[in-house]
Ligand binder design. Structure first.
Ligand SMILES: *Cc1c(COP(=O)(O)O)cnc(C)c1O
Length: 457
């Protein structure tokens, strides 16, 4: 299994980026609950035939869809070792929890947070942002909110209109409601308009609401834009509002020697959510929340139950436990793949991946700019390029969406789509450490060939 997995990863370039799972294969997975043992060999055979060839494709160097990490063999091996221990990181006194604490200290160091900052690994930034909302709520209303609920407290949160939709979902899932999130307009560079933010906060205070949270974005999902984090930090300090940053992929820019200044101000946030499974290439899933004040983090989640009693001696020692820092009790050993990735490659090589992706994005943007029939749709702040085919008869939105689906189905490249100023964009998010200039060329040539085919020339 190990040999074949490594061979498979070595041979990615010779494979299509993505192959749609044929109906017969889907059907082959459907079977009644197995009563008799089928054996490991049979299960593995089915994995080889029915599962492995039809995965997402995000390991492939020509995969540019959404914002996916590519993973590494190191991460894969760490997953195997972690599984061999079958550790439960909800709590108790053992080495795997010390590994997670080390990962959190490294995350704090990367972000410029104090060494005593608190944090926990979670599935992804969606969950990390939700934890950020809950901690901010606890800070604003006090821990009593956990008993009596938010009721009609009139809390209001603010993010830019370009913030990821999981912020709105976090408001929904925490019971604050999506109406309590004000989406602030962006400037031309896709960054939150700070005058509009100040206006919205002032208006809400006048109307008797309680502004409690500003979410800055370091790397918007559509274009990679970065809010002015320093000025947001000033604003939040002046108004005593919790300052949370969604740095899902962008937080890793802190490791880039040439671009880290773009994130100035993130070190002043009250909390930051980000992913190790995107730009840091750790296999899914590995999100992270870091909170400056460990006491308020714990106050938002810690609870006691007789069967989870902490002790000073024995295996029940080692408080606080990770279950005091988030919603999960039983938790896997995500920390090992993060720890091994950071130790194996070091922050220099991880930072070099960030720079390489951004350089490829600049290369793609330049090529789009000089190619007739293509149009760049947004400034390229980091690693995301939004463009489209123009100068073709017919509906451009439909055409560009079809070109993307054509490329995916042909297995040539996998960009995705978004809407920029109301029009459909071909969106290339360059995250993969395996991608090269030749892969960017392959994407562009694929787009142009598909455009010619649709135009019938
Ligand atoms: C990917 C992303 C998220 C969501 O993160 P998950 O790990 O998928 O939950 C949130 N915000 C931004 C800016 C993202 O790019």
């Amino acid at each position: 299994m190990l040999d074949e997995a490594i061979d498979d990863i070595s041979g990615l370039r010779t494979q299509p980026v993505w192959t749609k799972m044929p109906q017969a294969r889907r059907q082959a997975l459907r079977e009644a609950l197995p009563e008799q043992p089928q054996g490991l060999a049979a299960a593995y055979d089915q994995f080889r035939e029915t599962i492995r060839p039809y995965a997402t494709g995000n390991r492939h160097p020509a995969f540019f869809g959404w914002v996916h990490g590519a993973g590494t063999v190191v991460g894969m091996l760490a997953e195997m070792l972690a599984a061999s221990l079958n550790a439960n990181l909800g709590g108790r006194d053992h080495a795997p929890i010390e590994v997670e604490r080390q990962v959190i200290r490294w995350a704090a160091e990367m972000l410029g947070f104090p060494a005593a900052a608190s944090g926990v690994l979670v599935t992804g930034t969606s969950m990390a942002n939700m934890i950020g909302v809950l901690v901010a709520r606890t800070q604003c209303l006090g821990p009593g909110v956990r008993r009596h609920g938010v009721g009609m407290s009139g809390l209001r949160a603010y993010s830019s209109a370009a913030a990821h939709n999981c912020i709105s979902r976090a408001m929904d899932m925490t019971g604050l409601g999506t109406d309590a999130l004000r989406l602030i307009a962006c400037d031309e560079a896709g960054r939150m308009d700070l005058a509009a933010l100040a206006e919205a906060v002032a208006r809400d205070i006048d109307d008797g609401f309680k502004p409690f949270l500003v979410v800055g974005t370091a790397g918007t999902v559509d274009t990679g834009a970065i809010d002015d984090l320093s000025r947001l930090a000033d604003f939040c300090a002046a108004h005593e509002i919790w300052f949370h940053v969604d740095g899902a992929f962008g937080a890793l820019v802190r490791l880039s020697p040439t671009r880290r200044g773009l994130l100035d101000g993130i070190e002043r946030a009250d909390s930051v959510a980000f992913d190790f499974h995107k730009w840091a290439q750790v296999p899914y899933d590995a999100g992270c929340i870091v909170v400056r004040d460990p006491l308020i983090h714990r106050a938002a989640f810690a609870s006691s139950a007789d069967y989870l009693r902490r002790d000073v001696r024995g295996l029940a020692g080692g408080a606080p436990w990770p279950c005091d820092l988030g919603p999960d009790l039983s938790r896997g050993f995500r920390a090992l793949k993060v720890w091994m990735t950071i130790k194996t490659y070091g922050t220099r090589r991880l930072g070099a991946v960030v720079d390489h992706s951004c350089d490829l994005a600049q290369y793609l943007a330049r090529r789009v700019a000089v190619t007739a029939g293509l149009e760049l749709l947004a400034p390229v702040a980091l690693n995301i390029v939004c463009f489209r085919v123009i100068d073709v008869d017919g509906d451009l939105d439909t055409l560009n969406a079809e070109i993307v689906a054509d490329l995916q189905e042909a297995g040539i490249a996998a960009p995705s789509t978004t809407k920029i100023n109301g029009v459909v964009a071909i969106r290339a998010a360059i995250v993969n450490h395996r991608s090269t200039h030749a892969d960017i060329d392959r994407l562009l040539e694929g787009v142009l060939a598909a455009a010619r085919r649709h135009a019938g020339v």
